[in-house]
Design a binder for this molecule. Structure first.
Ligand SMILES: [Fe+2]
Ligand SMILES: [Fe+2]
Length: 358
């Protein structure tokens, strides 16, 4: 038996033991052969590692995507290369500034941070698809700042989809960038621990929303920014932390951040391959329960992501290829796909799924 980090899991590995979430509900059974979907589910529940059966050598990692895959083509574009460079610069500035705020009580100047973030979304050559970028960014050593910047960018676009004003979109971006600021108060030995956290360590991690709120109290920032830090792990059905409050008690901006946060965590690049298919992430949301999130918000979010990939060429789990031609509003991860002359309605074919963007 060996314990393997979720980020190092590879499809084909077999679970040695049942896996539970932090509410003690069974999420994956012992003996299950892992696939992309199961690994995504573990990220959804923030499970950091699992026990894996030793069966000779572990399965060989899947080959990187082929030269002409959607991801490979995207990563070769000058727009992506520029984005990556600017993203890294912004993350570095952000980490320097926020560390000074937390450790030295330095002033918090969010205007520049938001400006830099918005420049990433709106480069001179034309706007980028932030979801494509998020899905294709390489694995980061630093788990707080790259994540926070991604969440801020997603919040910006998401707030636009919700019909919020430009000013509100800026505020949503600020909420996203600062939501995990309390993590800087958690010892690195716990944040970066490669093994499963003990219950006590998990309790420490769970203090980061309150710690973040306390830090932001010292600054002249909007109450929504403070609430987003405090409440982004709350869930509409009351299963979240630290307060366990429900839908109408949760700040609107915290609800936006909650969705962006989970989405980002699920897409974080895994070690065995470049990027995760957005449809796998959407399916995890659909299966694990939309009731945890604000209904209108989560539907708007997922629908808009799926729409981004309308008419995109995709590969199915049975090896067929086709184009997405119709979105099923009831099952967003399962649109209608036209393969040659055949129309495949994935909402009626549970045995099939979209595996990759081509
Ligand atoms: Fe968090
Ligand atoms: Fe987060």
């Amino acid at each position: 038996m060996s314990r393997v980090n979720t980020s190092d899991l590879v499809p084909g590995m077999i679970l040695e033991a049942d896996v539970y979430n932090y509410n003690d509900q069974l999420i994956l059974p012992e003996g299950l052969v892992l696939n992309d979907k199961a690994i995504t589910k573990l990220s959804y529940y923030a499970v950091s590692s699992v026990r894996i059966k030793d069966v000779g050598d572990s399965p060989a990692p899947k080959a990187e995507e082929t030269e002409n895959s959607y991801s490979a083509r995207l990563r070769a574009t000058p727009e992506f290369k520029k984005y990556k460079e600017d993203f890294e610069k912004t993350v570095n500035e952000m980490s320097r500034m926020i560390a000074d705020v937390v450790l030295k009580n330095a002033p918090l100047e969010t205007d520049q941070l938001i400006e830099d973030a918005l420049d990433l979304l709106h480069p001179p050559g034309g706007d980028i698809n932030v979801f494509d970028m998020v899905h294709n960014m390489r694995h980061y050593d630093d788990i707080t700042f790259a994540h926070s910047l991604n969440v801020g960018l997603i919040c910006n676009v998401f707030a636009g989809w919700l019909g919020m004003s430009e000013e509100e979109q800026r505020l949503a971006t600020e909420c996203g960038i600062l939501h995990d600021i309390g993590k800087l108060k958690i010892p690195e030995s716990i944040i970066k621990k490669p093994k499963k956290l003990t219950d006590t360590e998990f309790e420490v991690i769970k203090t980061h929303p309150t710690e973040g709120y306390k830090i932001l109290q010292r600054y002249n920032v909007s109450d929504h920014v403070k609430s987003a830090a405090l409440m982004h792990h709350e869930r509409c059905d009351g299963t979240g932390y630290p307060l366990g409050i429900t839908g109408d008690q949760i700040d609107e901006y915290a609800k936006i951040v909650a969705i962006a946060d989970v989405y980002e965590a699920m897409t974080a690049a895994r070690n065995y391959r470049g990027s995760l298919c957005p449809f796998t992430v959407i399916e995890a949301f659909e299966e694990e329960g939309l009731q945890k999130y604000d209904t209108h918000m989560i539907m708007t979010f997922l629908e808009n992501i799926v729409n981004t990939y309308m008419l995109n060429r995709v590969g199915l789990s049975n090896g067929m290829e086709g184009d997405i031609i119709f979105i099923n509003k009831q099952r967003l991860s399962r649109p209608m796909v036209k393969c040659g002359t055949e129309y495949i309605d994935l909402s009626k074919r549970p045995e099939l799924s979209i595996d990759k963007l081509l």
